[in-house]
Write a protein that binds this ligand. Structure first.
Ligand SMILES: [Ca+2]
Length: 517
């Protein structure tokens, strides 16, 4: 299999024609193998690369008809299985917690994002994906955004199964200054680094270097958690130039951020090819939540009201870090989730149904997968794919979808709970019950835009699903409340007024150990 790394200017009609011919040929000649053959060959365990985008909306990818060009993500989707009904949680930490454990964020007590000042993270008793894979011979590396706790080093990636970590601990940084909430947040293996460059590009560079230097005898887990296209709206000039025709400046910069993300996906694909690793690698791609959209008419909160009232009196930037950060959240988002309703933080479809694909040459037939699959299913599916089905823990909320993906043999679809800022949703496909400000029941297969509330038509179903929500295992909440962050906001970029976060984690751990003696 040979890749072509696309840049924006590559796209013209000749190439589209060539690509079409290529796909036609590819689809006719692709050597498919059955599920049993996959298992027979497991002495050669596949490399696993997880590419996670941050706040990439449904309408931000070319293959969904977006105005944004994403030729490399499109390639991944067309050559792999397009996961058309893939669901995550509506914000960063909850999705990442489910990805690493296979468990529901509600059970883990991470239904909100973990702030820089939280003393807790993903519970230290939890076993994480790299730890499962290391036990069967994998080498696990991580590049990018962690966001599962960093108050002490025990919570950080190097202590949780990743032999190598390059990136940042918090929920968001400035793309150029690499700062978060007053502290520098850029490190390699626990040591702060200061370097020039655009974060998405730097993360791509590191991922490629790890691929190039990897000992090919050992299977690799590489978790590349890009920070793009999360706010703030900052992008390289060369990418912005390609979207000079976009009139909304938020959408323009957002498009450029997505384009650079796509560029790095292409470079990773090229690196795999150059190292002859492409035929032995499984790539899973998705976004951690739906796109951040501005003036979301679906979302109601006191914070949003404060921003609306403030905008009558002030121009941007608003006075004070708290007000300006809120304004950024509610006014700067340049994403689009069309035709889905809602966006990031909402349990409406736009917050949780995201672009996704799983690519595994010689094992998965390229096609569109209509089956329901969630972020909680990823850990068990991957363990199953590497022949480690017996190690799938019983107490998780997801289930392996490997047979469904390989042979289209239907698998158990577990109930899926989404915890949004404004409401909670339970999925029993095709049904979705939303509770909170109002009760709504949708058939998301027939009505993907959630336009017909059928709650009054099916009261018994509503009541049965409500009971499941009420009984859902609930861990003590570890995510931040507004009162915990209001006086020291989790800002993305900006001036430094304290020590870097990697150094703070080491200091905090030393302090705790000293006082425990
Ligand atoms: Ca996110």
């Amino acid at each position: 299999m040979k890749f072509r790394h696309h840049s924006f200017i590559d796209i013209n009609f000749d190439k589209v024609l060539l690509i079409s011919i290529y796909f036609s040929f590819f689809c006719c000649c692709y050597p498919y193998h059955s599920y049993s053959q996959v298992n027979d060959n497991l002495s050669q365990k596949p490399n696993i690369i997880i590419i996670l985008a941050d706040d990439l909306g449904w309408d931000d990818v070319g293959y969904h008809g977006s105005t944004i060009n994403t030729p490399n993500i499109n390639t991944l989707v067309k050559e792999g299985i397009e996961l058309d009904r893939f669901y995550v949680q509506p914000s960063c930490s909850p999705t990442r917690a489910a990805l690493m454990t296979g468990k529901s964020p509600k059970r883990l007590g991470i239904t909100r994002s973990i702030s820089k000042n939280q003393k807790v993270g993903l519970d230290l008793s939890e076993k994480l994906l790299p730890q499962y894979l290391n036990e069967i011979g994998y080498k696990s590396f991580m590049v990018g955004k962690w966001h599962l706790g960093g108050f002490i080093t025990e919570y950080t990636p190097n202590a949780r199964g990743f032999e190598h970590f390059y990136g940042y601990l918090s929920g968001g940084i400035g793309y150029w200054d690499h700062n978060h909430g007053g502290g520098h947040d850029w490190q390699r293996n626990g040591s702060t680094i200061r370097e020039k460059g655009y974060a998405t590009t730097l993360l791509g560079n590191e991922a490629i270097s790890l691929i190039n230097n990897h000992n090919k005898q050992q299977p690799l887990l590489l978790y590349v958690a890009f920070g793009a296209p999360h706010l703030p709206n900052e992008a390289p000039d060369n990418q912005i130039k390609n979207y000079s025709h976009v009139t909304d400046p938020r959408r323009q910069i957002h498009s450029a951020m997505v384009a650079e993300l796509d560029n790095q996906v292409g470079r990773i694909l090229n690196a795999l090819e150059q190292n002859n690793m492409d035929d032995k690698t499984l790539i899973f791609f998705t976004s951690d939540n739906g796109g951040q959209i501005s003036e979301d008419p679906e979302f109601w909160s006191i914070a949003k009201k404060i921003v609306n009232v403030s905008s009558i009196f002030f121009d941007r930037p608003f006075p004070g870090k708290f007000l300006e950060q809120l304004a950024s959240v509610y006014m700067d988002g340049g994403s689009s989730n069309t035709p889905l309703r809602g966006g990031k933080t909402s349990s409406l479809e736009g917050g949780v149904r995201v672009p996704a694909a799983i690519w595994w040459p010689n094992n998965f037939e390229p096609r569109k997968h209509e089956g329901f699959m969630t972020i909680s299913d990823v850990l068990p599916t991957l363990l199953d794919a590497v022949g480690s089905k017996k190690n799938i823990p019983a107490e998780i909320d997801g289930a392996s979808q490997l047979k469904y993906l390989s042979n289209q043999e239907k698998q158990r679809i577990p109930d899926y709970l989404v915890t949004g800022f404004d409401n909670t949703a339970l999925y029993q496909p095709p049904w979705k019950l939303i509770t909170g400000n109002k009760i709504a029941l949708y058939n998301i297969y027939l009505d993907p835009s959630e336009s017909k509330n059928l709650a009054s038509v099916y009261p018994k179903r509503v009541s049965a699903m409500q009971k499941i929500i009420n009984r859902w295992p609930t861990g003590k909440e570890r995510g931040a409340t507004i009162s915990q962050i209001i006086f020291d906001m989790d800002t993305w970029g900006g001036e430094e007024d304290r020590i870097p976060w990697a150094e703070a984690a080491k200091k905090n751990e030393e302090y705790i150990k000293k006082h425990a003696e």
